[in-house]
Design a protein. Structure first.
Length: 104
């Protein structure tokens, strides 16, 4: 079983501000188009391939979804692919918005 690291909105905001995080949104394209966190990239879980993750450039990859369920699945798929990424935004974009986070 993979150990998933739960990050809150404040930790993700700090990581984005410091350019330490590559934020990968695993929601479907229509969800991403409706509201997304600026700077995040969209790789829907429905066709998620860990090998297709963009180059992180020394940053940590952090996953997010609507509420934190699909992002955990993305972490598990990375674990199975022997990739080190194990963090997600706990509570997803709902937690981000609830904390006053900016959306595009």
């Amino acid at each position: 079983m993979v150990k998933v690291i739960d990050l809150d909105a404040a930790a993700v905001r700090a990581g984005l501000d410091a350019d330490r995080i590559l934020l990968v949104d695993v929601r479907e394209p229509h969800e991403f188009a409706y509201a997304s966190i600026p700077g995040s990239v969209n790789l829907p879980l429905s066709r998620f391939d860990p090998a297709a993750l963009p180059e992180a450039g020394g940053r940590d990859v952090v996953f997010l979804c609507a509420a934190g369920v699909r992002s955990v699945s993305a972490v598990e798929r990375c674990h199975l692919a022997h990739l080190p990424w194990n963090a997600h935004l706990a509570g997803g974009i709902k937690a981000w918005i609830g904390a006053g986070g900016e959306v595009a």
